[in-house]
Design a protein. Structure first.
Length: 372
């Protein structure tokens, strides 16, 4: 079975697509590489016992690393003379982080991950706790701070629809998504239970403030009822294509991909924030990392540096988790920000605790159901 893609991995694909479309020039790409000191093996030979003032930030590669380095890394260097932020395209999967920590050969100080990574790796003793005497979590919208990780940016799963078919009376939530009589046509969901069960339950009438703990049986029953009318995506690019081609007239997908379709379609496709799933991106600190307290200071910088967070919004569509930064987005662009105050009001916040405790069993049930 094809492995489903994580949101952070999809950001790399979006960055490559920006380069291909000319939104990021090759010259800018190469110039940024030089400015940031990036190379194919940047930071990979670092001595884990070294005391040099450097911080290795492992992200997912491509122009995504350029964006993180430009908007977060360089300002931190400017504020901390003598410190070098090294961006490494290390694909910081949980398996790689675990292997580093268990072998006591940790070379990464910060990793770009997710709330789920923070919960699962933190519970396994693979991560440092966030020092909230250094990191000011009061800057963040609720639900973005965890014991072993912090989300400086947000993203959402939203409902997109073909406005050329339903623009006169558009869907207003997941109840309409599952109303096949009023809105005929195939629907698209992710080939992974994560955040899809919430859409199923909301579509079955569960109140948004009563979602958790998720009623697994009820969600799976609705999935069984409609599974023949659903198609599934494994990657962000595939989710775009299923909507673009008309194979699905509505879909559950990441807001970053919905924005691409919105811009490209010039009115053909639209999406809504109502009942969307607001989720934190995550910065996590591997246990025993060489930079020590410098890593805590870097995370504190990431959530407080409003200009950098606004830069990431402009590049990727990542909503600033910093409340003041979210409120600073220009009025004409707030419609596209997951963390805009008005958009936050109509969403639910992803419950990483529940998914950490239940993901493996629930995901297998979900996959078995759609395969039957």
């Amino acid at each position: 079975m094809t492995q489903t893609q994580d949101f952070q991995q999809d950001l790399v694909e979006i960055a490559k697509e920006k380069l291909a479309r000319g939104e990021v020039t090759r010259r800018q790409f190469n110039t940024a590489l030089g400015l940031l000191g990036l190379g194919a093996a940047a930071g990979s030979s670092r001595d884990a016992s070294a005391q040099a003032k450097e911080l290795v930030f492992a992200a997912w590669g491509g122009t995504g690393n350029i964006a993180y380095g430009t908007y977060l890394g360089k300002p931190f260097e400017a504020a901390n003379p003598g410190v070098k932020v090294i961006m490494e395209a290390g694909s910081p999967t949980p398996g790689k982080i675990r292997a580093m920590v268990e072998s006591k050969k940790v070379t990464w100080d910060i990793c770009d991950g997710s709330a789920f990574y923070a919960k699962s790796l933190g519970a396994a003793g693979m991560l440092e706790k966030i020092d909230y005497s250094i990191v000011n979590k009061d800057l963040l919208i609720p639900g973005m701070a965890f014991e072993h990780g912090v989300g400086p940016y947000t993203f959402s799963n939203v409902l997109i629809y073909d406005a050329s078919k339903f623009g006169a009376d558009p869907p207003k939530g997941w109840g309409d998504f599952f109303n096949f009589q009023k809105y005929p046509g195939k629907r698209m969901m992710r080939r992974d239970a994560n955040v899809q069960l919430e859409a199923l339950l909301l579509g079955d009438g569960v109140a948004i403030d009563k979602l958790y703990p998720l009623d697994i049986k009820r969600a799976i029953e609705l999935l069984k009822k409609h599974r023949k009318e659903l198609i599934y995506w494994n990657s962000g690019a595939e989710s775009e294509q299923l909507i673009r081609s008309g194979e699905a007239v509505m879909g559950n997908l990441w807001n970053s991909r919905a924005k691409v379709l919105f811009d490209e379609g010039k009115g053909k496709f639209n999406f809504i924030w109502n009942q969307a799933a607001l989720q934190p991106g995550g910065l996590i600190i591997p246990k025993g990392n060489p930079a020590g307290v410098l890593s805590q200071r870097f995370i504190a910088h990431c959530i407080s540096h409003e200009e950098g967070l606004l830069g990431l919004f402009g590049f990727f569509g990542l909503g600033p988790a910093n409340k003041r930064a979210a409120a600073r987005i220009s009025p004409d662009l707030r419609r596209f920000s997951p963390s805009d105050p008005d958009n936050v009001k109509v969403q639910f916040v992803y419950n990483a605790d529940w998914w950490f405790q239940n993901y493996n069993d629930v995901n297998q049930m979900y996959l078995d159901t759609i395969a039957s």
